[in-house]
Design a binder for this molecule. Structure first.
Ligand code: C5P
Length: 216
């Protein structure tokens, strides 16, 4: 029997992961945060202290890297890195790492493997366009840059990081620019995806919109 797949794409801070997690709980789907996979790969490279220009070494390191999910946790080489991958130093570098074609090849193939064996809701930047182009439901979540930065800023402050709202706006805008302008699998709405602008909407409102569509 074909597995169910729901793809959720959109820029940083649009609420994708919060909403996807909730829908996964309600509908008994496996939630896959593909951003966490790119973040884990970035953490590994930063910890290995190599230049991002050294393609050969990067390939070698990543071929010997295990990135997995276990009970909603992201596991890098058998270690839970849920917290570490959200650090500002990862935000700064992840879009550079995610633009490397061979890294995308490795991660896209892992993501497709998971979707082949499970009913999934997967969020990211290229799920509807590249990872799961045949997904039954595709959503593209957006929100104003101000609101996305405000949400991200609150999260960072709650976690105890020192940063300003303005820095958060810059970080998000920079990441969106790199993600949408890269050559390989850029951030883009799939033609058949439904756009949801979450500006001014509560999490529950957005969840209801999605649930109404998938239940009909
Ligand atoms: O979703 P999140 O903001 O955690 O993603 C972190 C970064 O990972 C993005 O800014 C993007 O560079 C990269 N990413 C990607 N493709 C995906 C998911 C994330 O390029 N499917």
């Amino acid at each position: 029997m074909n597995k169910i797949a729901i793809a959720i794409d959109g820029p940083a801070g649009a609420g994708k992961s919060t909403i996807a997690k909730e829908i996964a709980n309600i509908n008994n789907l496996l939630y896959i945060d593909t951003g966490a996979m790119y973040r884990a790969a970035t953490l590994k490279l930063l910890n290995s202290n190599i230049s991002f220009d050294d393609k050969e070494k990067i390939e070698k390191i990543l071929k010997n890297t295990k990135i997995e999910f276990s009970n909603g946790n992201i596991i890098l080489d058998d270690i839970n890195v849920n917290e570490e991958i959200r650090e500002p130093r990862i935000n700064e570098s992840v879009s550079k790492v995610a633009a490397m074609p061979f890294i995308r090849e490795i991660l896209v193939s892992l993501q497709r493997g998971i979707a082949k064996d499970n009913n999934v809701i997967m969020d990211g930047r290229d799920i509807g366009t590249r990872v799961l182009p045949d997904a039954k439901y595709k959503f593209f979540l957006t929100a104003s840059i101000e609101e996305r930065a405000e949400r991200r800023y609150k999260e960072l402050i709650e976690k105890g990081y020192q940063c300003s709202y303005e820095e958060t706006v810059d970080e998000i805008a920079h990441r969106d620019k790199l993600d949408s302008e890269r050559t390989v699998d850029p951030l883009r709405k799939a033609e058949d995806a439904i756009i949801i602008d979450t500006t001014g909407k509560s999490i529950n409102e957005v969840i209801d919109i999605i649930l109404n569509i998938i239940r009909n």
